[in-house]
Structure formats: C-alpha cells, structure tokens
Write a protein that binds this ligand. Structure first.
Ligand code: S5P
Length: 261
C-alpha cells in the first residue's frame, strides 16, 4: 500500500530521478508542503520564497500572473531554490495538442523548460502530449517532471468518472517523465507516483470562487504526498513564517501518523 510506505522507501521505487530527489528532499527536510506563491510582483514572491524556502519541498508558481516579470526573477528564484533546497514547479496546466504544448514549454516569453523542475499538464489531449513534451526537452540536461492534472479541486469540476479514471491510468502508463498526478483522493497504488493535492487550509472552507478547502490531516489521509497551500500562507494574519511552520507541522504529523497507523 502506497500510503503506508515512507517517502524515503518510495524514493527507491520511482522511474524518474527527479521524483526520487523530491521524495528524498521531503524526507530530509521533513516537509510535504508545496507552497503556491500566487503573488503578482517579483519581489513579493522572492521574499516569500526566502522566508518559506527552508520549510517547503516545492515552490509552485504561475509566472503569467507576475506584472513586472523579467529574466532576473528566474535567476534569483533558482538561487533561492538551491540555497534552501526546494524544487520549482510552474503550474502552467498545459492543455493543447503535442506540437503546441511543446512550443509553449520551450519557447515564448517564459521558456519554462529551461528553469522549471516540474510542470502541470492536463491529460485532456491524450498520452501523446507527454511524448511531445518529452521530445521538446532536447539539450535540457537537468531532470524534469510532469504532474498530470487528473482531478480539480473546485466545485463542479468536470474531472470525474471515466476522465478521472483514464487520467490516472495515463499517469501509471506514461513515460518516466510523469512523476505523479494532481487529485483529491487516493486513486493509485503505484508507490513511485506522487499525489499532489491542492485545496488545503487549516479549516475546511470555500473561497467564494469555486475553490474547496480541506484540512491538512484529511488531505494527507486522502492520499496526498504533497499538499499545496496558497492563500492559507500568503494571506495568513500571523505572517509567512508562522503560517508556513504551522502548515508544515500539521502536514508532516499527518504523514507520520499515516505511515505508522
Ligand atoms: O485542482 C486544482 C489544481 C491546482 S494545481 N486546484 C488548485 O487550486 N490548483 C492550484 O493550487 C491553483 O492554481 C492555485 O495555485 C493553488 C491553490 O491556491 P489556494 O490559494 O487556493 O490555496
């Protein structure tokens, strides 16, 4: 059972070197927190990354919401990632045909493939999308990984039934570029794949725009290996550091209870 295995044991069961590195760093930093740094100014994100960095496994960005973006942002973010040992995930949710997603991944303003360790991809267009993304990694020497968005957290999401089932199958059968999937409940027994679950806040709630939140313990019990917290930290009244530490502790305790139960 995937849920009973420690991250360090699972690090030996992946088919992707980045997935192993991620699981090992989670174990050594004792964190399964993925911070969604959804702020619109470069300096604000960098400040958040510097404060939270030592306590998170992954920093997740939406670079297209940054108003003053330039290449310097990526350089500074990569420095912080190295210093504090976290991975970078660009939550681009690629969702087009293979040729288009590979252009979007490699080219354009953001050149995501050059700096993002991890990306998110909608499985809507089928398995060929993963192959196309893999092909477009020519000359990129660092390891890369994909999370397939199997199920969304928001109310009324269409990611149900056969779509959800096939999305998980696609992750299980995909090439070694796929390191896991984004979903809300335990859908795969495969120990080498990671479950990333967004929609996490200290108390079960909603945001008025469709987002639905569950608390850290329920999310970990529902199979999350990495829990995504955004506004729970970025809008916390007690400041970034205290909020980050609070989520880190709750999530890690829930994980330890899960593997020891
Ligand atoms: O189903 C999903 C998938 C993702 S990746 N639901 C989500 O909320 N996300 C992302 O997680 C979303 O784009 C945002 O960056 C983060 C949740 O942020 P929060 O502020 O609601 O915690």
């Amino acid at each position: 059972d995937r849920l009973k295995l420690s991250y360090s044991k699972r690090a030996k069961l992946t088919t992707n070197s980045l997935a192993s590195k991620l699981l090992e760093l989670m174990e050594s930093k004792q964190t399964n927190l993925c911070l969604a740094a959804d702020l619109t100014k470069m300096d604000a994100i960098l400040e958040l990354a510097n404060i939270a960095g030592p306590y998170i496994a992954v920093l997740k960005t939406h670079v297209d919401i940054i108003e003053d973006f330039n290449e310097n942002f990526i350089l500074r973010l990569k420095e912080l990632a190295k210093q504090h040992r976290f991975l970078l995930m660009e939550d681009r949710k690629f969702g087009d045909i293979g040729n288009t997603v590979s252009l979007q991944y490699r080219h354009g303003f953001y050149k995501i493939a050059e700096w993002a360790d991890l990306i998110t991809v909608h499985p809507i267009a089928g398995a060929s999308v993963v192959d196309a993304l893999k092909k477009s990694l020519d000359n990129i020497t660092e390891p890369r990984g994909i999370f397939l968005v199997a199920e969304m957290s928001c109310k009324g999401a269409l990611t149900t039934g056969d779509y959800l089932k096939n999305a998980v199958l696609m992750a299980e059968e995909a090439s070694d570029l796929v390191v896991g999937f984004v979903c809300q409940s335990n859908l795969s027994a495969q120990p080498g794949l990671l479950q990333l679950t967004p929609g996490v806040k200290l108390a079960k709630s909603v945001d008025g725009l469709g987002q639905q939140y569950n608390d850290p313990q329920s999310v970990i019990n529902a199979g999350a290996d990495l829990a995504v917290v955004g506004r729970g930290i970025t809008e916390a009244h007690n400041g970034y550091l205290k909020a980050t530490l609070e989520y880190k502790k709750e999530l890690w305790n829930a994980y330890e209870e899960r593997i020891n139960a």
